[in-house]
Design a protein around this ligand. Structure first.
Ligand code: SF4
Length: 332
């Protein structure tokens, strides 16, 4: 059994892209491994953000994760800022992280280009990610392709720290392995960009059945299907990708066949998809409604998760502080 760590930013309610790309996999992983999942609010502040809505967005994300199937008795769910060791280890790892590697990270280059003044936190984001994982000596990290570069840097940081402070072994930090997400990435409803709340191209995980259909109806399909008689290619249609997330295999085969032969129109295809999405998402929405009616209960779950995470983190930090040569405080 491996120890798994993964995090998600507190963007408020989950959307189906988060669900299919990450959270559904987490729900399975919690039955196979020892899992820690975190709402990573410390990562969220590396970009401009709304201070007043951050607490509610953090709570809403936790509600979405629990409603989607994370079970507090099977995994540790907590808010990153509730375990202060993340920031301490972040600082310590900064001292062995090469600046050049940080500057080479594709995500940093993308995001920094869009800003006039680049905060150092954006540059150091991958070091905090390394701290998140190494703090728990986690060995498995579920990631999408776009996070592989950060994971490789995390491994490099672990190697450098071990070589400097635990040269004779045993190594304090195992080099974490990637568990690559197998599902194809769902694009936004525009069929162009990544599904993202800021782009307004999402379907929320907790949307009503009516809202799901309202959003699905005008969503982009294979542009080759200009009329009902034109055959399409499901492999380049985002609606088919969403079918692969929600529809059973026999329905997926029918969809592909009907698309290639112009056996049905895109609206027919979307109606079948809407039915399957609604069947999956209705129980999730119902669980979320119950959780929303008890925010104190959700916060208690998060506090219990943070206490479990803190116990693991403190044991790693005691070892790390000793290995780095810090003077221990006197006992009373
Ligand atoms: S029939 Fe379905 S899979 Fe084919 S282009 Fe239309 S929406 Fe996409």
């Amino acid at each position: 059994m491996a120890r798994v760590f993964s995090g998600i930013q507190p963007s408020g309610e989950l959307h189906i892209g988060n669900y299919l790309g990450a959270v559904r996999n987490w729900v399975e992983l919690q039955h196979q491994h020892e899992c820690l999942f975190s709402v990573v609010d410390l990562h969220a502040i590396t970009q401009p953000y709304d201070v007043t809505t951050l607490p509610q967005r953090t709570l809403d994300m936790a509600i979405g994760l629990l409603a989607a199937g994370l079970l507090p008795e099977r995994c540790t769910l907590f808010v990153q800022s509730h375990v202060s060791d993340h920031t301490e280890l972040n600082w310590l790892l900064n001292t062995v992280t090469p600046l050049g590697e940080l500057e080479r990270q594709t995500q940093f280059k993308d995001k920094s280009q869009r800003q006039e003044s680049v905060p150092a936190g954006l540059l150091n984001y991958p070091v905090l990610q390394a701290a998140d994982v190494l703090l728990y000596q986690a060995t498995l990290v579920p990631v999408g392709e776009d996070q592989l570069q950060h994971l490789e840097l995390m491994r490099e940081i672990a190697r450098r720290w071990n070589a400097r402070f635990a040269p004779d072994g045993p190594f304090t930090f195992p080099e974490p392995q990637a568990q690559l997400t197998t599902s194809k990435r769902v694009l936004g409803l525009d069929g162009q960009a990544k599904m993202s709340k800021s782009l307004g191209n999402t379907i929320g995980l907790l949307e009503s059945s009516e809202a799901i259909w309202e959003k699905l109806r005008p969503a982009a399909t294979d542009p080759a299907r200009k009329t009902r008689k034109d055959p399409g290619n499901p492999d380049i249609c985002n609606i088919f990708t969403i079918h692969q997330g929600f529809s059973p295999p026999d329905v997926q085969r029918t969809v592909a066949q009907n698309c290639r032969t112009a056996g049905w129109g895109c609206l027919d295809c979307k109606k079948v998809l809407a039915d399957n999405m609604i069947a999956t998402l209705t129980p999730i929405r119902e669980r979320a409604t119950a959780l929303k009616s008890d925010p104190k209960g959700v916060r208690r779950i998060l506090s219990a998760g943070a206490a479990k995470a803190r116990a693991l983190a403190e044991s790693t930090m005691a070892l790390v502080r000793r290995q780095m040569g810090f003077l221990e405080p006197a006992e009373d």
